[in-house]
Design a protein around this ligand. Structure first.
Ligand code: NDP
Length: 281
């Protein structure tokens, strides 16, 4: 598996398996399937309510802990130093592990400075091997980076062919090379993604599906991807992206499909903020 080196020297697989919207009762089976296919990096979160399923699957797999790269995220309702600190231990217990490879702040709302302080402390204690952010657009990212001791290793953002995060990228490079990790690398199928003819035309050249072109495009851009599917066949399909390379002309065409906009949400819409801070309460 191709890896990417984070700003603290830790190596991380560039392709993993994400479990957002995987039902808690189905999560163990899905993660077991993903591990069988060959995924070693799993992305979960407190707010997905399926950390137990991930933990059960990794235990059942018998794989050595050091062969896995496990990612979780602190939710808004656990923000602030004390609550975040407690929630890190709760995530470790649910996952049945004694360290996480990467812990992120899920959303830039509530007391995320307090949360970051708890992450830094847990990092120094060895409970977290790397720490980072998610959904921190450039303004909040720059603010946070200017007032914390350990620069984030990762910022996990909606990133796919239609939303390439080009406004954020120079700032990630500026503050100690925070790596971009894509959520919804296939736009969750929005805007006819899996049947988009512009992507399909490129895929035909390499005998690859839209999903594979989408993931390969991001990987070639040095972006970490965590596609989600509950179907084992699709897990295999999404894994088979290291046996071809998009040429520079095709990369340019795909870069040209960026709209600079989310296909889902606007983090600067007060109604969205009200919705998300009440999620999971
Ligand atoms: P994805 O872009 O990974 O798309 C998932 C959707 O595509 C599902 O509906 C799945 O259906 C379908 N699908 C998967 N593979 C294929 C394929 N090869 N062909 C056709 N359809 C396919 O979106 P997600 O939103 O799930 O994002 C991936 C991960 O990113 C999440 O699981 C989570 O870990 C993370 N994430 C993080 C967020 C954050 O705020 N930090 C927000 C959202 C996601 P099916 O399952 O039926 O196969």
């Amino acid at each position: 598996m191709q890896t990417i080196t984070l700003n603290n020297g830790l190596k991380m697989p560039i392709l993993g398996y994400g479990v957002f919207l995987v039902e808690p009762k189905e999560c163990q089976r899905c993660v077991e399937d993903a591990l069988e296919v060959g995924y070693t990096m799993i992305d979960t979160a407190q707010a997905y309510f399926n950390e137990e399923g991930v933990g059960a699957a990794i235990k059942a797999s018998g794989l050595k802990r050091e062969k896995l790269f496990l990612v979780s995220k602190v939710w808004i309702s656990n923000a602030g130093y004390e609550r975040a600190k407690k929630s890190i231990d709760e995530s470790l217990a649910k996952l049945q592990i004694d360290y996480l490879d990467l812990m992120l702040i899920h959303q830039p709302f509530n007391d995320y400075y307090g949360t970051y302080k708890a992450l830094q402390e847990a990092y120094k204690e060895g409970k977290l091997k790397a720490i980072g952010l998610s959904n921190f657009f450039a303004d909040r990212y720059v603010d946070l980076c200017n007032f914390v001791e350990i620069k984030p290793a990762i910022n996990q953002m909606e990133t796919h062919i239609f939303c390439q995060q080009n406004a954020l990228k120079p700032y990630l490079a500026k503050y100690n090379d925070t790596k971009l990790m894509s959520w919804s690398p296939m736009a969750r199928g929005e805007q006819n993604f899996f049947n988009d003819e512009r992507i399909a035309k490129i895929g035909e050249k390499y005998n690859k599906s839209n999903a594979q072109v989408a993931l390969r495009f991001l990987v070639q851009e040095g972006i970490i991807v965590i596609p989600k599917t509950v179907k084992k066949e699709r897990m295999k399909e999404n894994f088979e992206i290291f046996d071809f390379e998009l040429d520079s002309n095709d990369m340019q065409i795909l870069k040209g499909l960026d709209t600079g906009k989310s296909v889902f949400v606007n983090h600067y819409d007060p109604e969205f903020v009200e919705m998300i801070i009440n999620y999971g309460k």
